[in-house]
Design a protein around this ligand. Structure first.
Ligand code: SF4
Length: 241
């Protein structure tokens, strides 16, 4: 059974290899302000970043401040975000979150986890992305579908709930890598560790992956987790995934 210190050493090697493989990995949601990033991240739930980036230019051109969103006609807002899916809920949350930002935070997206979590439609993943990318405030690891899948495959977490996976990643990685690992997972998940058809032969971290390089380990339980994850069966997802 791999101890936590051993897993930390392995994690350090994996992060280093992923950084080398994806030197320009960063948040792929187009934005120019914390407010734009918040709106884009809310829209990215159950949707690709590419699709969100197609929708946001028209949205950002029409609504420039939190007050603009707060005063938006909900039907017009819904039409603009429709193609991202779950559009009624997303439009409602964006407007409600911006009402709070306009009234309670003088139009500025808050910069603490506590205040972020008070905004409708914002859970820890969204808060971590906005705080980390906009303010350099690193309070946790953004855990999206890529992070769930690859964490299981690498044997970094056996948990199913996002918050528990986040806790495992925070225990495993130094704080300086908490935001970066999320971007690296997204890039790796898109390019190589693709759901249901991972290109393990071309994977830069295969030597350290529980599914491939460490397959001969005697630890049957750990292997079972990896094999289950390798099937990439649907993970429990929240609106924030
Ligand atoms: S070796 Fe395969 S399963 Fe493991 S991280 Fe790489 S692509 Fe994913």
């Amino acid at each position: 059974m791999e101890s936590l210190p051993e897993r930390k050493v392995r994690a350090r090697k994996i992060v280093s290899l992923l950084k080398r493989a994806y030197p320009h990995a960063k948040c792929s949601l187009a934005h120019q302000s914390p407010l734009q990033l918040l709106v884009a991240t809310i829209l990215s739930a159950q949707c690709t970043d590419a699709r969100v980036n197609m929708v946001t230019p028209a949205l950002f051109a029409r609504y420039k401040t939190a007050r603009d969103y707060a005063n938006a006609d909900i039907h017009k807002l819904e039409v603009l975000v429709r193609s991202t899916g779950f559009y009624r809920n997303k439009a409602k949350n964006i407007r409600a979150a911006c009402c709070i930002i306009a009234q309670k935070h003088k139009g500025k997206v808050p910069c603490t986890m506590k205040e972020m979590l008070e905004l409708p439609g914002v859970a820890r993943k969204t808060a971590n992305i906005v705080l980390g990318n906009s303010y350099g405030v690193i309070e946790g690891v953004p855990v999206d579908t890529h992070a769930i899948k690859i964490s299981h495959l690498l044997g970094w977490s056996r948990e199913r709930q996002q918050e528990k996976i986040e806790r495992d990643l925070m225990a495993l990685l130094p704080r300086k890598d908490w935001l970066k690992i999320s971007d690296l997972f997204v890039h790796h998940g898109r390019a190589i560790c693709i759901a249901r058809r991972p290109k393990c032969g071309a994977c830069t971290v295969k030597k350290y992956c529980l599914r491939v390089g460490l397959k001969k380990r005697k630890n049957g339980a750990a292997e079972t987790v990896a094999r289950r994850a390798a099937g990439f069966r649907a993970q429990p997802e929240t609106a924030d995934t």
